[in-house]
Design a binder for this molecule. Structure first.
Ligand SMILES: Cc1ncc(COP(=O)(O)O)c(C=O)c1O
Length: 492
């Protein structure tokens, strides 16, 4: 059969599309991507993924390569994360799926001896994936406030551990502030009450094992599950994470199985049915190529770049690093101890850094249930390749701060007041149809422009801070949904 369109033409267009993406390599994007800086590793991953391209990961009995690779990846992860013979696991499609499955497992395990609606206990800083899990799996979400530096007190979690708690979540470290939760204390308290304890090491799981921290993984006896993303500091292409669980009987609650339909018997360890084996094969290849020694070297590079950037930020008047970051992440807030005209708003700063060719991630301020406010911050994830741009990046961080020092933070209330439409009059919980939501987006200058981010993100985040969560969530949903409106392919 002749192709309707030549392959070269199709790929050329893809090349053009890719050229418009944020750069995935070279250390210019300090979130989302984890570049080892080793081109050979990317080639190996691509080749491994290509070799299993037609395989269906749904059925490791038919495609036995899937079972072999999964067992070996899990064996490596179990060793690195100090699991004993009781620890088993699954390779999932990413951090969110690992977190979802940790919650589903704990819920179903809890239901074996309890009834009613279970509660999910987590610090405010736990990843949003746990909010999603509580929503999908119908648990009551009990978010425990942290202090303004992102630290949660073990006693605050412990005091809420009642019989209805199916799972307590702690992070190693948490994404917004890079704090390492008090895992030993929380896991001990949970274990004493027979409550499952999940350590979310999605971001830290493949880097903290080679850095100096206290025990946080299966070396802590009350920890019942750990998630660790291969597609973050495991340097695998997107689509791979491990979820390890202690106790085979407990872990079986993760599975879904049915023989009660007229088709093939369904047994799924993860959320999907048919699935690709590419990310698994790529991860399997990468962990062998790097080994513990390779990971250790890459972790050392991340740690040294993080220390260097921490020192650079400490030296910038008007900014400060929040809390006590553990691992290659930094969260940067305004230093309110200096006079107003010397302060640097972290979001103006991030926008100014962007014009210098580096993309940092803006995080909104939030007010917790106890009224304690967590500051507006800018997030940096540091990867091995950061080392190669350290001087340029440091210069950009410093000169951007010079540029915006003394510029008043955007007041979300004023942004709201200046809008051509009155968003404040929207009744809380009002149902917005998609046409109205689009109209509102248009009124605030969003919803068009082919999906590119606005040049400055600070006003958008200030707006998110000022709007009720329900409304900002609805508007952002509309924004994203409009990006995938069906369109025709380009004419031949
Ligand atoms: C601590 C933590 N948990 C979970 C996730 C979710 O991972 P993913 O984006 O792979 O679904 C992340 C992502 O950054 C994370 O940092």
């Amino acid at each position: 059969m002749t192709l309707q369109r030549p392959a070269a033409e199709i790929l050329e267009r893809l090349g053009d599309l890719r050229a418009a993406d944020a750069p995935t390599h070279g250390g210019r994007v300090l979130s989302y991507v984890y570049d080892s800086g080793i081109a050979e590793l990317d080639e190996l991953a691509a080749e491994a993924a290509r070799m299993v391209q037609p395989v269906n990961g749904l059925d490791p009995t038919t495609f036995s390569s899937v079972a072999v690779m999964e067992r070996e990846v899990l064996g490596f992860a179990k060793k690195v994360l100090h699991g004993d013979d009781d620890v088993v696991g699954t390779v999932t499609s990413g951090g969110t799926e690992s977190c979802l499955l940790a919650v589903k497992t704990a819920r179903d395990y809890w239901r074996k001896s309890n009834s009613g609606k279970p509660r999910l206990l987590a610090p405010t800083t736990a990843h949003a994936a746990f909010q999603k899990a509580a929503h999908y799996f119908d648990l009551e979400l009990d978010m425990v406030p942290v202090d303004p530096e992102g630290a949660v007190r073990a006693a605050d979690l412990e005091s809420k551990m009642g019989p209805d708690v199916a799972l307590v979540v702690v992070s190693a470290p948490c994404y917004p502030f890079a704090s390492l939760d008090p895992i030993t204390e929380v896991a001990a308290a949970a274990s004493a009450k027979g409550i499952s304890c999940h350590v979310d090491a999605c971001i830290g799981g493949w880097v903290l094992p080679w850095l100096e921290t206290g025990p946080w993984d299966f070396a802590v006896s009350g920890v019942t599950s750990v998630s660790a993303d291969l597609h973050k500091f495991g340097y695998s292409p997107k689509g791979a994470s491990v979820l390890l669980q202690r106790d085979r009987d407990r872990q079986r609650s993760q599975f879904f199985a049915t023989t009660n339909w007229p088709g093939y018997p369904v047994v799924n360890s993860t959320m999907l049915g048919s699935k690709g084996a590419g990310p698994l094969a790529a991860s399997w290849a990468i962990i062998q190529a790097l080994g513990e020694r390779g990971y250790s070297k890459l972790a050392a590079s991340c740690a040294s770049s993080t220390d260097a950037l921490h020192r650079v930020i400490d030296g910038i008047e008007g900014l400060r690093v929040v809390g006590r970051p553990v691992g290659p992440l930094l969260s940067v807030a305004m230093d309110s101890t200096v006079p107003d005209d010397r302060r640097v708003d972290p979001h103006h700063w991030a926008d100014a850094v962007r014009t210098r060719g580096f993309l940092l991630q803006l995080q909104p301020a939030i007010i917790q249930s106890n009224g304690v406010r967590l500051p507006r911050t800018t997030h940096l994830t540091i990867t091995p390749v950061t080392e190669s741009v350290l001087d340029e990046l440091s210069g950009a961080l410093e000169s951007a701060a010079e540029e915006v020092r003394g510029v008043a933070p955007i007041d979300g209330g004023q942004v709201l007041a200046a809008l051509p439409i009155d968003l404040t009059s929207m009744p809380a919980g009002a149902h917005l149809d998609s046409a109205t939501a689009l109209q509102l987006l248009g009124g605030i200058g969003l919803g068009s422009g082919g999906g590119a981010l606005p040049e400055k993100m600070a006003p958008l985040i200030a707006l998110i801070e000022a709007l009720p969560h329900e409304l900002s969530e609805r508007l952002l949903t509309e924004l994203l949904a409009r990006l995938s409106e069906p369109v025709d392919l380009p004419a031949q």
